[in-house]
Design a protein around this ligand. Structure first.
Ligand code: NAD
Ligand code: ZN
Length: 357
């Protein structure tokens, strides 16, 4: 087992990564202070792993809340159901919430814990690769609103994160690859050595070799936690985590949510960011080809869908612009493993990249 610490002063917490961690009660028990827990999961993940979680907290009074599966349930209505079941079970301010599942469960359950009785402790037990390397670390919690994704939420850090790599054995191949897109993203943000390692070990990751998975997750969480520790509330540097995301969000929205997985859209989005960086002379043709080949190896898309025109792309990307005081900021690459956040890019070059899609 490997352990990392997210360094946030009083709100610091450990991330444990390894095989068989859902059998190790000593990792979780020190973080449960009251006499009660609520375990939030969904109807897909609960049948697979909730018994193991129950085994970890034997003797503690626990209530299960099982949500329907899907991003469409990351809503205020679901949140209301969690509150209701917690109130019915007499959960109090000392109750600890355990979030068992992918990013959807982590986000909505995390927000329930941020707001129930003004905030209770929670523990993340992520079971998708995306949740392990991204959503379970950093304290962003929330739900969707009919008018926008992730529009309602709070920063609320967990007490600890428990990553049992064995849970990835039941994840389908497409979800695994989507998670690998976010892993590759960390390499392009600031870790060229990691990119090299990923190039050499992609088959092992796709074959779910535990050592390779644990290493990739560890290194990804290290990057995420370093960035979060430096900029918890996203005043600046944390925006680097959005590499490929402005383009990717446009793909997700443009295609209709659910058609492309988030990680797939991010994969094509990173290629578009790389192409724009090449237009500025910051990346070479072979750098861009190298990115395509790595993403290809991970069975990820390397171009946006032809259905989205350049005009539609611009329109969709202006949503991100509105979020940033009217100026579009993009994460671009000054070199391989050297990303920057900038609003200073050539708009003609951007149009050229969008038109290629
Ligand atoms: N809070 C953050 O910082 C942050 C960061 C990135 C993404 N997110 C959010 O995360 C969500 C996406 O997360 P996701 O990709 O994990 O999707 P998800 O939670 O929908 O999980 C994907 C699918 O895999 C299933 N599943 C989960 N674990 C499994 C397992 N071990 N075996 C078999 N099936 C399993 C789920 O039930 C679901 O059907 C989005 O809502 C996104 O907004 C949040
Ligand atoms: Zn993402």
């Amino acid at each position: 087992m490997k352990t990392l610490h997210v360094d946030l002063g009083e709100r610091s917490y450990p991330i444990h990564i390894g095989q068989g961690l859902l059998q190790q009660a000593d990792l979780i028990l020190p973080h449960i202070h009251g006499k009660t827990t609520v375990t939030v999961s969904n109807e897909t993940v609960a049948p697979l792993y909730i018994d193991s979680v129950h085994g970890l907290i034997e003797g503690i009074e626990n209530t299960d809340v099982i949500l329907p599966d899907g991003e469409q349930y990351k809503t205020a209505e679901t949140l209301g159901k969690i509150y209701t079941q917690m109130l019915q079970a007499h959960c109090d301010r000392k109750t600890t919430l355990l979030a068992l599942g992918g990013g959807v469960v982590g986000d909505v359950a995390g927000f329930a814990s941020a707001s129930y009785q003004r905030g209770i402790h929670f523990i993340q037990i992520p079971t998708t690769l995306l949740a392990m390397v991204d959503s379970s670390v950093g304290g962003k919690t929330g739900i969707n609103h009919p008018l926008g994704k992730n529009m309602i939420g709070a920063f609320h850090q967990p007490q600890c994160v428990i990553i049992d790599t064995d849970t990835l054995n039941t994840l389908d191949d497409r979800q695994l690859s989507a998670g690998i897109a976010e892993v590759i993203k960390y390499g392009y943000i600031n870790d060229a050595d990691f990119l090299q390692w990923l190039g050499q070990n992609m088959d092992k990751l796709l074959n779910r070799e535990p050592e390779a998975l644990a290493y990739a997750i560890y290194r990804s969480c290290q990057h995420k936690s370093d960035i979060v520790a430096a900029d918890e509330k996203e005043a600046g540097q944390r925006a680097l985590l959005n590499l490929g995301h402005t383009f990717g969000h446009a793909i997700e929205t443009g295609m209709g949510y659910g058609k492309w997985l988030h990680g797939e859209a991010i994969s094509a989005g990173m290629v578009m960011a790389a192409e724009l960086s090449r237009e500025h002379g910051w990346l070479s043709d072979s750098d861009v080809a190298g990115m395509r080949s790595l993403l290809n190896k991970a069975n990820l898309p390397v171009a946006p869908p032809a259905e989205i025109s350049a005009e539609r792309f611009s329109e969709l990307m202006s949503i991100d612009k509105k979020v940033q005081d009217g100026v579009l900021h993009l994460v671009l690459m000054k070199g391989v493993g050297e990303s920057i956040v900038t609003s200073d890019f050539d708009h003609g070059a951007l149009q050229k990249v969008l038109a290629r899609g």
